[in-house]
Ligand binder design. Structure first.
Ligand code: PEP
Ligand code: MN
Length: 337
């Protein structure tokens, strides 16, 4: 349920509503809007709760939240959420660009590409240190050494660091080095991990599972939001279909659909979403046209030598061209990038 306060409701009236919600065995979450304050009452439905809250002073009305996800829903918060980390801004009219190699491979590789990307205009650096690989015999990442190299790259470039955390027990360690915790597609429904990244208080990039529905995706985000961590970005990275010309199928209708259902920013990953370097730039441009709030792009100084996902990685020069094309579309649509 959402308790909508009257315009000009006082702090003691608000405190009283929060107390009533908690007495009813529900969790309260206050959202201060530009026009009025609303309090979401979250938890199992309780008989009589609506009536009990409606009589509170300063309360205008109590309305049910219809969507299964609550805090992620535009029913609870209408204003778009913006994720703001160092120079990276994603959402509310600003398109953020995260770029970097699939994996951190060496000091030279990450520092070289970070510098090139910063110059090109990316504001966040991606790079996997813990890699979820389909085969246990593939390169698994440099682990903590990779995290140290990412932190060094931040020191040198000022870019925010985005890196994947694969297990709950690694959240504290990864959080020590990273600015944004990525939850990978394979872990979208790892609920203890979602709760742990929520409790870390760090901004989160949540990738859509390749077979997850929109409701499952939003309910996964809800696990993070319910801890009070509101800095969550949703990332469409492609789904599994019968198609063979691409690694995954990138469904861009996800972007306008999520814009209608959630206030959270939507990032698109056309690298994993296509699996082919030649398809990445056109799909990045299309993502911006569809309304994406951010892009995450794999870029490697020498894609043919990459230890993972080289076939879908752009050269720094191709990335510069991609950004120039995306910017034209962003500007035409009245957004900054
Ligand atoms: C990645 O970003 O390198 C990655 C493994 O992504 P996903 O979880 O979307 O497969
Ligand atoms: Mn990758």
């Amino acid at each position: 349920m959402i308790v909508v306060m009257k315009p000009g409701a006082t702090q003691p009236q608000l405190d009283h509503v929060i107390e009533r919600i908690e007495q009813l065995g529900l969790r309260s979450h206050v959202i201060v809007g530009t026009e009025r304050t609303v309090v979401a009452a979250l938890g199992e439905k309780r008989d009589g709760a609506k009536q009990a809250l409606e009589t509170g002073e300063g309360v205008e009305k109590v309305v049910p939240i219809l969507a299964p996800y609550k805090m992620a829903s535009t029913e609870v918060r209408k204003e778009p959420t913006r994720v703001d980390v160092l120079k990276l801004k994603v959402g509310a009219g600003h398109i953020g660009v995260i770029a970097g190699p699939c994996s951190v491979e060496s000091k030279e590789q990450i520092l070289q590409v970070a510098e090139m990307l910063r110059e090109a205009g990316a504001t966040a650096l991606r790079g996997g240190a813990f890699k979820p690989r389909t085969s246990p015999y593939s390169f698994q990442g440099l682990k903590e050494k990779g995290l140290e190299l990412l932190a060094l790259a931040r020191e040198k470039t000022g870019m925010a660091i985005v890196t994947e955390v694969m297990a709950s027990e690694h959240v504290a360690m990864v959080g020590k080095y990273a600015d944004i915790l990525q939850v990978g597609a394979r872990n979208m429904q790892n609920y203890p991990l979602l709760e742990a990244v929520g409790e870390s208080g760090k901004p989160v990039l949540l990738k859509r599972g390749p077979s997850a529905t929109m409701d499952e995706f939003l309910l996964a985000a809800e696990y993070i939001l319910k801890s009070g961590n509101t800095q969550v970005m949703l990332c469409e990275r492609g789904i599994r279909t019968f198609e063979e010309h691409v690694r995954f199928t990138l469904p861009l209708a996800t972007v306008p659909y999520l814009k209608q259902t959630t206030h959270l920013p939507i990032v698109v990953d056309p690298s994993h979403g296509t699996g082919k370097a030649s398809l990445v730039a056109p799909m990045a441009v299309a993502s911006v046209a569809a309304g994406a709030d951010g892009l995450i792009i794999e870029v490697h100084p020498e894609p043919e030598k990459a230890l993972s996902d080289g076939y879908q990685s752009l050269t720094p020069a191709a990335f510069v061209k991609l950004l120039a094309e995306c910017r034209k579309v962003a500007v035409a649509l009245g957004r900054s990038m």
